[in-house]
Design a protein. Structure first.
Length: 167
């Protein structure tokens, strides 16, 4: 199969295999070992002979990149799904608490929902300069550096001088 191109279906199967290895937590070295076993006529879990992939490490890296992209897409989709579930659950809990007249629970659910959605922003620190203006970071550190140099010069001028011996 050297020099031959594989079909799209074979490519998909290989990426699936790498995807599953990544899910199991295997790193590049272990995946390369797996592919090498494919070349050596290894067998799968059912005892079936493994097909020879006949690829170099660069192609394995391409399979890994495709599998990693798939993992990232799954993560984004999963995050959206879980976010939707969490929001729906909180709304359901809120409705039940409101129906009971439990304002304490309603307040806690609202707080949780606000945090989940990031509506409590800004939870960040904004540093302002003199009169509420912007701080010029470079200027700030340049002034600090100049001050440190002035201190060092002053300290050196106060130190007793040592004259070299002419002997």
């Amino acid at each position: 199969m050297a020099g031959q191109r594989i079909t799209d279906a074979e490519m998909a199967l290989r990426v699936d295999e790498i995807f599953n290895l990544l899910l199991q937590g295997l790193g590049r070295r272990q995946i390369l070992r797996f592919v090498a076993e494919q070349r050596s006529g290894g067998v799968d879990r059912r005892g079936e002979p493994l097909p020879d992939w006949n690829v170099q490490s660069r192609q394995v890296d391409n399979y890994m990149a495709a599998a990693t992209r798939r993992l990232k897409r799954a993560g984004r989709t999963q995050r959206d799904l879980e976010m939707g579930r969490a929001v729906a659950r909180l709304h359901d809990i809120y409705a039940k608490a409101a129906a009971r007249g439990d304002l304490t629970a309603c307040r806690q659910v609202q707080k949780d929902l606000t945090e989940l959605l990031g509506l409590n922003a800004p939870d960040q620190l904004e540093i302002m300069g003199k009169d509420g203006g912007m701080i010029d970071v470079v200027q700030h550190y340049a002034e600090k550096f100049d001050h440190l140099i002035e201190q060092q010069v002053e300290n050196l001028s106060k130190a007793p001088s040592v004259e070299p011996d002419d002997d």
